[in-house]
Design a protein around this ligand. Structure first.
Ligand SMILES: [Zn+2]
Ligand SMILES: [Zn+2]
Length: 247
């Protein structure tokens, strides 16, 4: 079954977003999408929880209004939480919200192409997934946007993937790798194969769109062999869109 969803997109509610949610929904309608998750950046290095909450209320109301006008497409309220392993109190508070979906992402990039720094990038991710409180791990090897990570031992990658499986957190496949770096995907095909070998199946797929023509970009090229259980999160619960796989 075709995955008619985009689970990673940024509107003007994100500091680097360019699109109004209304325009995004219009584009989603043109593409025939059934699910769209708006995953706005949440950076507690920039804003307080109170500031976030005020903005979240407005965002949430806007989505409710658009949902009423567009009943044939499910609009999902999401967040891309930057480095939740640092903001544990805030993470707990965000988990009390009425929300569909939380992506956890490591945005702290290594400054140098150096094994220790790249290893630290993955250690942060391991800590993040061990803590839980997120639905999906965003663009796991985003570090490849800057540096080759092939020198990183498989142990830590396996430990991250194993923890995802144990904690029932989905692995995001982020298609922005294709347009940003002409790479296969974040994570790489190699890491996706490893995830599958370890028994992982649950994935969400997102374009990480910041512009209108990036919505759903390259998503239909991902996992064409249906190796994974592809789904979306609604009210924090995984809904499979590929019925042939068990949840
Ligand atoms: Zn991100
Ligand atoms: Zn993003």
């Amino acid at each position: 079954m075709k995955y008619l969803a985009d689970t990673h997109m940024h509107s003007i509610y994100s500091y680097d977003g360019q699109m109004k949610i209304e325009e995004m929904v219009k584009r989603g309608q043109e593409l025939g999408l059934k699910y769209m998750a708006f995953t706005e950046h949440l950076e507690f290095s920039q804003i307080s929880y109170k500031q976030f909450l005020n903005r979240y209320k407005i965002y949430s109301e806007e989505i409710d209004q658009l949902q009423e006008k567009n009943p044939n497409i499910k609009l999902l309220k999401g967040l891309e939480f930057s480095n939740p392993e640092i903001y544990l109190n805030e993470l707990e508070q965000v988990n009390q919200l009425e929300i569909d979906y939380i992506i956890g992402s490591n945005h702290l990039m290594p400054k140098k192409n150096n094994k220790e720094e790249i290893l630290l990038y993955y250690k942060r991710i391991l800590q993040m997934v061990k803590n839980g409180g997120i639905d999906s791990l965003g663009h796991m090897d985003y570090v490849r946007r800057k540096f080759d990570d092939s020198m990183i031992p498989n142990d830590i990658i396996c430990e991250i993937l194993d923890t995802l499986i144990k904690k029932d957190i989905a692995l995001e496949i982020n298609s922005s790798a294709v347009r940003r770096k002409e790479l296969d995907s974040f994570p790489s095909t190699k890491k996706l194969e490893l995830y599958q070998r370890l028994g992982g199946s649950k994935v969400t797929i997102g374009s990480d769109a910041h512009r209108i023509n990036e919505i759903y970009d390259a998503i239909d090229m991902i996992d064409q062999n249906d190796n994974f259980n592809k789904g979306v999160y609604i009210k924090r619960g995984f809904v499979s869109l590929t019925n042939n796989k068990k949840i």
